[in-house]
Design a protein around this ligand. Structure first.
Ligand SMILES: [Zn+2]
Length: 186
């Protein structure tokens, strides 16, 4: 899922915990301005927010910025805790930015709550998932760095007496014997 945050009307602010002098939407704001206006001081569930990787900043019904969340901070403002998202605007060419920037708000739930959540099919390749080597850690690739080699080596050790040659021969023989198992190659 991703977070959708709706900008309110433009207003100047003082003593903003993240140092802004104004918040809210104004016409022709840049992506960076929309992200700064929209990334902070939300009343939202920190644990749920922490699980999201992308945030859509919406102004007047249109997505004005798509940000990647790298960290999150909580601020006690006296009347409760507010969440600040940290991260950066997605660069040009990023598929999640390409799919949503300038489009209408994908969260159409009729709620007045500026904080909403939505599933984005484009974000799936970027979401954190368990490393396929079985180490129990998570990353945004099939394997953490180097763990693909580790996973293959473990199988060579376990099933081929530590011999890469036997492993390669087995792959070749298996594919030759069962054409259906052959994967299409580029
Ligand atoms: Zn791993």
């Amino acid at each position: 899922m991703a977070i959708r945050l709706k900008l309110g009307s433009y207003e100047t602010v003082r003593n903003d915990p993240v140092g802004r002098t104004h918040i809210g939407y104004f016409p022709r704001m840049t992506e960076q301005e929309a992200w700064e206006a929209g990334r902070a001081m939300w009343k939202m569930n920190a644990d749920k927010a922490r699980r999201q990787r992308f945030a859509l900043i919406v102004g007047e019904g249109i997505v004005r910025a798509v940000g990647e969340i790298t960290d999150l901070a909580e601020h006690d403002i006296g009347i409760g805790r507010r969440i600040e998202l940290r991260g950066q605007v997605l660069p040009e060419g990023h598929p999640v930015r390409g799919a949503y920037l300038g489009q209408t708000d994908p969260v159409a739930n009729g709620s007045q709550n500026p904080v909403g959540y939505c599933e984005l099919s484009e974000e799936l390749p970027f979401l954190h998932r368990p490393c396929a080597c079985g180490c129990g850690k998570e990353g945004d690739r099939d394997f953490l760095s180097g763990h693909d080699v580790r996973a293959i080596q473990a199988r060579v050790r376990e099933h081929f007496a530590g011999s890469p040659l036997k492993f390669v021969q087995w792959v070749d023989q298996t594919l030759a014997a069962t054409p259906a198992a052959r994967q299409p190659t580029r």
